[in-house]
Each structure stands twice: as C-alpha cells, then as structure tokens.
Design a protein around this ligand. Structure first.
Ligand SMILES: [Zn+2]
Length: 171
C-alpha cells in the first residue's frame, strides 16, 4: 500500500489545514500560503500531484479541463473535518504512518536520547513514543498534540473501515 501508486496532493492557498491533516494520515501534501494559481497548477503538473481546491476559477484552467492535471474540487462550506473526510472518501485513502505536519517530511521512530534536545524535559519523562522528521528535525511524541492527532486518525480509520470493510487495514 505504499510507493508510487499512492496519490500525492497539492493543496491550494486556502487549504493549509487540510494539507496538514492529509500529512497526519500519511499522505504527501504540499501547501504554500501565497502561491499563485498558475504556479500551483504547474507545480501539481510537474510533480504529478492531485490538486485540491474549492476555488471554481482554478478549474477553468486548461491544464485541468484537459485532464493533464488531476484536480479535486472541494465542496464549499465544509469544515476541516468535513474536507478531510470528503477527500478520504473521494480518493479512497487509508490511514497510514503520519508525515511531518509542519513540513511534509517523513517521520521515523526515534529513541528518547535522540530527541532530548528538541523535546521539553517534562515531556521527555512521561512520553513513551517519539518520532522525528527526517527533513526539518521536528519531534513528535505521544503528548497532548499527538492525542488530538490520534483522534482524527481514529475517526478517519473508522470511516475507511465502514466504507471499505474488505480492505486490509494499514492501521
Ligand atoms: Zn518536518
């Protein structure tokens, strides 16, 4: 279930929250707050990413109408949880090992002593699982932030199971 077949995403300037949540369930999702539409479309095309936007004008661009760039049009007015559920459903995504929510890098399990310089001392004592981003070095551990993330992951995993009971679970 990993590798070249997995969709990768390019989220538009309004979808930063969605990009972070896609990373949270393990998908490669780019996002840049001030990116221009033309640059975004080129970026998606160059890297073979599925563009995600709720902006109707974007879908009038030739690269998208011609099908050269695959694009998902988010229904307007969805809250973030609704957006991620919608994308999970539309793209038949599963819940995989999280990526770095800050930079989209790959997370690797880390030992306590490997992250002691970036994790607050208090958390170092009681947290039991640590991960570190291979790109930006940011550390993640099973603390409060992780708990919120786990809730979203659990909810989406449940959605995947209810929609595709036949699927082997990655998670
Ligand atoms: Zn990172």
């Amino acid at each position: 279930m990993t590798g070249a077949d997995e969709p990768r995403f390019a989220c538009d300037a309004m979808c930063g929250g969605l990009a972070r949540w896609l990373r949270m369930i393990g998908y490669d999702a780019t996002y840049q707050a001030d990116i221009e539409d033309a640059v975004l479309v080129e970026h998606a095309q160059a890297e073979g990413r599925v563009l995600i936007s709720a902006d109707g004008r974007l879908f009038e661009r030739r690269a998208i109408t011609s099908g050269e760039v695959r694009a998902l049009r988010l229904p307007r007015g969805l809250k973030r949880i609704g957006q991620i559920e919608w994308v999970v459903h539309a793209m038949r995504l599963t819940v995989k090992t999280p990526r770095c929510t800050a930079c989209n890098g790959t997370l690797s399990p880390a030992r306590r002593d490997e992250v002691q310089h970036v994790v607050p001392a208090r958390s170092l004592v009681w947290a039991s699982e640590f991960y570190q981003c291979q790109s930006c070095g940011k550390a993640f551990w099973n603390g409060t932030h992780w708990g919120r993330m786990q809730k979203v992951r659990d909810r989406l995993a449940e959605l995947v199971r209810s929609e595709h009971p036949e699927r082997p679970a990655d998670y």
